[in-house]
Design a protein around this ligand. Structure first.
Ligand code: NAP
Ligand code: ZN
Ligand code: ZN
Length: 369
């Protein structure tokens, strides 16, 4: 089978021939790949800073944002049949009996760090014609989401982030309880960054009823600002407005969803977090480098304003189910906007430019059909 893979020892990215996997357990499902999304993680793996092949192999098949079609099921699989659309999750649990999160099926909270991830760390990914997976790691997708469901995995970051926010802010009578109003009604959210993670996060926040601002680098007018404003969020550029000016426009910032991966602008915005606010970090900056941070002021705010700071990585089954459900809602409410998040579709042969060329668009997708 055709597969896009990275060979770290040779520092190469190649389209190569990869053996078709067998159904070796009656709980296995064979899936034909339809779409695979490309993100910053794939592009970073192609700079060889991380990303490990399975033990004893020379290459790692890339791809963790996937939509596929079931083509064969094992004898014990009852929840899927041939023709079903599925989105697989990414992280697989560590083997340790004492890791309570993994043993509870919450490997996104793995306590040992010995998890593996498809297309990232020690397990082949989905950028190939077919793959085999345990049925329990697949999520059912309605046929009507055929052209959007490749966005489910990147949307899970916001789904889990919001779930963490609701859980944390359960300490307050935070959610709106007015009948007919969504939970975030009356609350103000700032999304930091207008990449795919930020744009999908902003859609989720608008859906939940938050008055939502997206704060990102490029000045207006630009395509991402227009997209964000088409589904009811406001776009402010950091080029003309600093974090303090943004906070004066917004009022009390109840929630920040950070999707930028840069510490400087993130900590500037943390300083502006409002009374009883929550700051959700999702970005993963490079580890090197130091920035000056106003520690005493931040600490005073966190204490005197009852603030909460939550980091979130990866996602659980509930987040995948929520993402698939919310993609259906986005399609109903903002069909043009959610379609526009997928900025281009390509054949597998275009892999090199997509993975190692100049970054462009929002979510670029490789289609294997
Ligand atoms: N926690 C998780 O599980 C998880 C999963 C996936 C990704 N991530 C992380 O999520 C972050 C966002 O991912 P992405 O794919 O959406 O990234 P991306 O495509 O690089 O988008 C980043 C956005 O931030 C904006 N930006 C960059 N520097 C800025 C600054 N100094 N001030 C204001 N805006 C700035 C960019 O503006 P322009 O449009 O002008 O370039 C862009 O819109 C990354 O750090 C990634 O590692 C986390
Ligand atoms: Zn990704
Ligand atoms: Zn674990």
């Amino acid at each position: 089978m055709k597969a896009v893979a990275v060979l770290p020892a040779l520092r190469e990215v190649r389209l190569l021939d990869h053996p078709a996997p067998d159904l070796s357990a009656d709980t296995h499902v064979r899936v034909r790949t339809l779409d695979v999304g490309i993100c910053g993680t794939d592009r970073e793996i192609c700079t060889f800073v991380y990303g490990a092949p399975p033990r004893g192999e020379s290459y790692l098949v890339l791809g963790h944002e996937s939509l596929g079609e079931v083509v064969e099921v094992g004898g014990a699989v009852t929840q899927f049949k041939t023709g079903d659309l599925v989105v697989p999750s990414v992280r697989r649990p560590c083997p340790h009996a004492h890791c309570r999160p993994c043993r509870a099926g919450l490997q996104d909270f793995c306590a040992t760090g010995d998890f593996v991830e498809r297309g990232i760390n020690q397990v082949h990914g989905y950028m190939t014609e077919q793959y085999v997976e345990e049925a329990r790691h697949l999520n059912h997708v309605p046929a009507g989401l055929r052209h959007l469901a490749v966005l489910a995995e990147p949307l899970t970051i916001a789904e889990k982030g919001l779930a963490q926010a609701w859980a944390t802010q359960g300490r307050l009578p935070w959610a709106c309880t007015t009948p007919g109003k969504p939970r975030g009604h009356g609350l103000r959210a700032v999304v930091l960054g207008a990449g795919p993670i930020g744009i999908l996060g902003a859609m989720k926040l608008v859906l939940e009823g938050f008055d939502t601002w997206v704060y990102s680098r490029s000045p207006k007018p630009n395509a991402k600002a227009a997209l964000v404003e088409s589904f009811g969020a406001r776009y402010v550029s950091s080029a003309g407005t600093d974090a303090a000016q943004l906070a004066r426009q917004v009022g009390n910032i109840d929630l920040v969803y950070e999707a930028v991966g840069h510490a400087g602008v993130s900590f500037a915005l943390l300083e502006m977090l409002g009374q009883n606010g929550i700051f959700i970090f999702t970005g993963i900056p490079a580890p090197e480098g130091h920035i000056p941070v106003p520690g005493p002021q931040l600490m005073r705010n966190i204490v005197l304003k009852n603030q909460a700071i939550v980091g979130t990585v990866n996602a659980d089954r509930a987040a995948f189910e929520g993402a698939i459900r919310d993609l259906g809602e986005f399609q109903k409410r903002w069909p043009a906007a959610i379609r526009a998040v997928i900025s281009s579709r390509h054949k597998p042969d275009d892999f090199r430019d997509l993975l190692t060329g100049h970054a462009r668009g929002i979510k670029n997708v490789i289609s294997f059909e």
